[in-house]
Ligand binder design. Structure first.
Ligand code: NAG
Ligand code: NAG
Ligand code: NAG
Length: 155
């Protein structure tokens, strides 16, 4: 038991260490806790995002509980650890903006297109830490993804 615990701790430490420096624009999980949406892919388009324009996350994976009313989406951007951008939205609105007809998403394999607009109060072409997280209406975390050294263009 102890040996297995040590191996697990080592594997977790290795995963955290490698998660610290993902390539620019590449997302990885914010932490090692399991989420209600087990992601197989998480992408941002366009990449980089254009200031003042619409951008979308595409999240593909297996949903362990349906997305219910009251789910929220948060996008934050940090520069040298300081919060410089904070956007909170109703996840349903963001799903509708992504072309979903209905935002009651049943559990099972899903591809979610989630769209927002990047507000223009933003410094372009500076490497920053970009984070997207979604919390279900029942309080469960759907996903939390982060990318470091992310430069948003003023295009
Ligand atoms: C993300 O990482 C992969 C593999 O390391 C690399 O091929 C790809 O170019 C990266 N994407 C971006 C946008 O940097
Ligand atoms: C999705 O997750 C459920 C459990 O939450 C599991 O029963 C099911 O087999 C999974 N489906 C896929 C395609 O991985
Ligand atoms: C939305 O989808 C759910 C599950 O597929 C369904 O039960 C519900 O009736 C749909 N609602 C509308 C307004 O289409």
């Amino acid at each position: 038991m102890k040996f297995i615990t040590a191996i697990t701790a080592l594997a977790t430490a290795a995963a955290i260490a490698s998660a610290e420096l993902p390539p620019p624009g590449n997302f990885s999980s914010c932490d090692s806790y399991p989420k209600d949406l087990a992601l197989t892919s998480f992408t941002l388009s366009p990449s980089p995002v254009c200031i003042g324009k619409k951008f979308c996350y595409t999240a593909t994976g297996n949903l362990s509980s349906s997305i219910v009313d009251g789910a929220t989406l948060s996008t934050t951007v940090r520069y040298l650890g300081r919060l410089i951008y904070n956007d909170n939205a109703n996840l349903c609105d963001a799903l509708i903006a992504g072309g979903h007809k209905n935002c009651t998403i049943p559990a099972g394999p899903v591809t979610l297109k989630i769209c927002r607009e990047m507000r223009p109060n933003f410094l372009p072409n500076v490497p920053m830490k970009f984070q997207a997280s979604a919390v279900n209406g029942d309080g469960g975390t759907l996903f939390c993804q982060t990318a470091t050294n992310y430069g948003v263009l003023g295009c």
